[in-house]
Design a protein around this ligand. Structure first.
Ligand code: PLP
Length: 491
């Protein structure tokens, strides 16, 4: 399916050049707040004009859904676009406009939308049994597939999401060590639950959410990444149960890790009796069928999985060597199991439809071809976009590892060095890389008008369904969006 004709370039745009001259910023200077506000209004007005059905739904949604959304990251200001259909690398809104999709199910859909084998497996499972409230063969098969692909996965316990997987991994580590504290790194995301709200966004000292007691937050210590001396100091008191991290760096690699850092963590954790947890919710089955642990050879004690794992359905898992799951095993002694086990429930853990989607996805991914295809596309996309940014003289850069890419718009000088390959992202500090540029939101809105949907967070994902047509159309859409912003005096 191709994008509908209505998704073509924006035409007849109203320009803030019509606004009084005093509000205009000279080109090549940072636009003033006034110019930015006018441009935002102009772009949003164009979106509203072209997406009346989305606008009506957004109005209804705001009345009943806090913020009008079901996930904070989908709060993109007014109006949100409402999607109806999707196929391959494209999705279509309720007004019939098509978008090349760089959300692909928040990174879950490595095969793109509506992949036949996955959809058929879900249908079949739903027809056979939606929820038996009992053990079933699909969950065993799913665990066996995980074990076959992830190097450390001797045992697998399923959850309903990545957030739950990270909570369970931390509970297991506490159960194993008898220690309470955990360590995470600045900018690293491990789901929305209480143990992980510290140090996600700048400023890192401010928790990501209110509503989490200080006593709970005090147990999660935040360190800068790439500083093994700081890790050593944090672990030497031998009171840290686990050190958890995203193994390509914060937000899927938007703040990359230094060479040797993972190896250093492995060594320090082993020496201090701290469990090393890889949160491979994004990297698992994406950077390679066996995730980052297969790529790097560094072996964590516990691994969190979700997203690609469940083929687009809800699902997560914790996996690892058998001893890491010792606290969960039933001993058969009721009194001991009641008082000394790490317990876990979850109505929808490994439900048959989720297991079916996961099994179909992992069967498709096992040879590595989808990972390679998505990686190749992303490498080309970054190269083409950086060439465009350079030609157009705009202060943006595209970078990232594997099939996750990051658009950097925060600092002109750093963007120039990044896109020319003169410095690597790992040389820039986390708080700078995590910062959003003034033009970030505007650029993403302008891209929507040009038929490209780029997530507002620090990362975007590519699927194996993205191909040559999508590549050309995306680069063209960026060029038109840049020109639109220029017309609005923002560039
Ligand atoms: C690295 C990482 N861990 C955990 C999670 C949480 O997963 P979920 O949204 O399935 O709860 C995410 C979600 O984006 C993630 O990127």
């Amino acid at each position: 399916m191709k994008a509908s004709p209505s998704s073509g370039p924006s035409k007849g745009s109203r320009s803030v050049k019509d606004a009084p001259a005093a509000t205009r910023a000279p080109r090549h200077a940072a636009p003033t707040a006034e110019v930015l506000a006018l441009a935002k209004r102009a772009i949003e007005a164009r979106i509203s004009e072209r997406c009346p059905k989305s606008l009506a739904l957004a109005e209804r949604g705001r009345k009943v859904l806090p913020g009008g959304v079901a996930h904070d990251n989908r709060y993109v200001g007014v109006p949100s676009l409402y999607m109806q259909k999707a196929r391959g690398a494209r999705k279509y809104d309720v007004d019939g406009r098509g978008y090349i999709d760089y959300w692909v199910g928040h990174g879950a859909l490595l095969m793109g939308h509506g992949r036949r084998e996955i959809v058929e497996a879900v249908h079949l499972a739903a027809q056979e049994v939606m929820h038996p409230g009992a053990c079933h063969e699909r969950e065993v098969l799913w665990a066996e597939r995980v074990r076959a692909l992830i190097p450390t996965a001797e045992c697998v316990r399923f959850t309903a999401s990545g957030s739950e997987a990270s909570a369970l991994a931390v509970r297991l580590a506490r159960g194993l060590t008898g220690r309470d504290a955990i360590v995470k790194f600045e900018g690293h995301f491990h789901g929305w639950l209480d143990h992980a709200v510290n140090g996600i966004d700048v400023p890192f000292e401010t928790p990501w959410s209110v509503g989490v007691p200080g006593a709970v937050r005090a147990l999660t210590r935040v360190l800068p990444a790439n500083d093994l001396a700081a890790v050593e100091r944090a672990l030497e008191g031998r009171d840290v149960a686990a050190l958890i991290l995203e193994p390509t760096g914060a937000s899927g690699g938007s703040v990359p890790l230094a060479e040797g850092f993972l190896e250093g963590l492995r060594e320090a954790c082993s020496r201090h009796g701290t469990l090393l947890i890889f949160d491979e919710v994004i990297t698992g089955f994406r950077v390679a069928p066996g995730g980052m642990q297969a790529k790097t050879g560094v072996r964590p004690d516990l691994t969190c999985l979700a997203k690609v794992l469940a083929g687009g359905m809800p699902g997560g898992a914790v996996c690892g060597p058998k001893p890491s799951f010792e606290p969960m095993q039933f001993s058969g002694d009721g009194a001991r199991d009641r008082t000394q086990r790490v317990a876990q429930y979850g109505t929808f853990n490994a439900s048959p439809v989720c297991a079916a989607a996961g099994n179909a996805m992992l069967r498709l991914v096992q040879g590595g071809e989808p990972c390679r295809a998505a990686d190749q596309y992303t490498a080309q996309l970054k190269r083409r976009l950086n060439a465009l940014f350079k030609n157009e003289g705009v202060p943006f850069a595209a970078y990232g590892v594997s099939s996750v890419f990051h658009l950097f718009t925060a600092e002109a000088a750093a963007a120039e060095l990044l896109r020319d390959g003169e410095i690597e992202a790992v040389q820039i500090k986390a708080d700078r890389l995590k910062k959003k540029g003034m033009l970030d939101g505007l650029l993403r809105r302008a891209l929507l008008l040009e038929g490209v949907d780029l997530p507002p967070g620090r990362q975007a994902w590519v699927s194996a369904a993205h191909g040559d047509e999508e590549l050309e159309e995306t680069v063209d859409a960026f060029a038109r969006a840049i020109h639109a912003l220029r017309e609005l005096d923002c560039l």
